[in-house]
Design a protein around this ligand. Structure first.
Ligand code: C2E
Ligand code: CA
Ligand code: CA
Ligand code: CA
Length: 279
């Protein structure tokens, strides 16, 4: 398969161009990380439905590329993963989130959490807990304000290892959430064994929740199951008041989506939700 691709690659100037474009992007991304220039964090609010207040921020990485402008993660996470430096990228994100948390705390946002995404690949090494511990020490960031979001697929490949790893991370004081829930091969048996705090229902289930009766039943069942396991439930991708009303009625704990805000720079979060914001 590989050599077949090379042959096509060699004779097809368009593909060759594409390959060199990707190569350039990879080089640019390495440089951006090395020099800490161009990468930035956007934040999306997660709203607590009972109190109506801001509960968490999800950190979503962006890359301001000198030629291509502002890039979303779908353009560059895969590059970092394929070329073995996603650990550097996620470390940059975690570190930036820690620094932002310190600033937020000084501004009066005490107790506000930041949730950070963790690539499946970073759960494949045993170094993660040590790195996080080091980072907490060097930034003096309060661990209980950090949450790590991991996906089901990341956990499934080796469940026993994953449990150990997540337990060490939790022992540092972080909380843990399972991301994009429902899109992987969820098994109730393993979900029960994982040291989780929060379950995030994937956007694909929320999208048609108002019109699709199967999706309504699925979302309802996920909420009930999560609560039975003492997990908080976040619904992702909430865009309409009808979706919000349904989720509220079914006892969903928190919501996130364009209805409240797209991911935006921290300064915008601060003006949207002042430190002592009450709805
Ligand atoms: P995710 O973790 O599931 O993040 C949610 C994505 O859904 C974000 O896309 C967000 O902008 C988008 N979204 C939020 N609310 C809505 C909504 O109401 N409607 C719609 N249509 N979309 C909504 P984004 O920022 O492009 O991130 C895409 C993915 O990239 C993330 O999915 C996550 O898997 C990954 N990612 C983002 N930041 C990082 C990071 O720092 N490290 C790693 N490893 N992955 C990251
Ligand atoms: Ca996420
Ligand atoms: Ca998600
Ligand atoms: Ca997703």
């Amino acid at each position: 398969k590989g050599s077949g691709r090379n042959v096509v690659h060699f004779f097809n100037p368009h593909l060759k161009q594409k390959a060199s474009f990707e190569l350039q992007l990879e080089e640019d991304l390495r440089l951006a990380l090395q020099q800490d220039s161009g990468l930035l964090l956007y934040y999306q609010p997660i709203i607590d439905l009972r109190s109506g207040t801001l509960s968490k921020l999800e950190a979503l990485v962006r890359w301001h590329h000198p030629q291509h402008g502002l890039l979303t993660p779908d353009r560059f996470i895969a590059i970092a993963e394929a070329n073995g430096f996603i650990d550097l990228l996620d470390h940059w994100v975690l570190r930036s989130a820690c620094l932002d948390l310190n600033n937020l705390e000084h501004m009066g946002y005490s107790g506000l959490k930041i949730a950070v995404n963790c690539s499946a690949l970073n759960l494949g090494t045993d170094q993660l807990p040590g790195r996080i511990e080091q980072l907490l020490r060097s930034t003096h960031c309060p661990a209980h304000c950090l949450e790590l979001e991991v996906t089901e697929s990341a956990l499934l490949s080796n469940i026993n290892r994953a449990i150990g790893l997540l337990e060490s991370i939790r022992a540092l004081g972080l909380s843990l959430s399972i991301d994009d829930f429902g899109t992987g091969y969820s098994s109730l048996a393993y979900l029960r064994r994982l040291p989780l705090d929060t379950l995030k229902i994937d956007r694909s289930f929320i999208q048609d929740v108002v019109n699709s009766s199967p999706d309504r039943e699925i979302v309802h069942a996920i909420i009930a199951m999560a609560h039975a396991l003492h997990l908080k439930v976040v619904a992702e991708g909430v865009e309409t008041v009808e979706q919000l009303a349904f989720l509220q009625e079914r006892g969903c704990d928190q919501v996130q989506g364009y209805l409240f805000s797209k991911p935006v720079p921290l300064a915008e979060i601060i003006s949207l939700f002042p430190p002592h914001y009450r709805p």
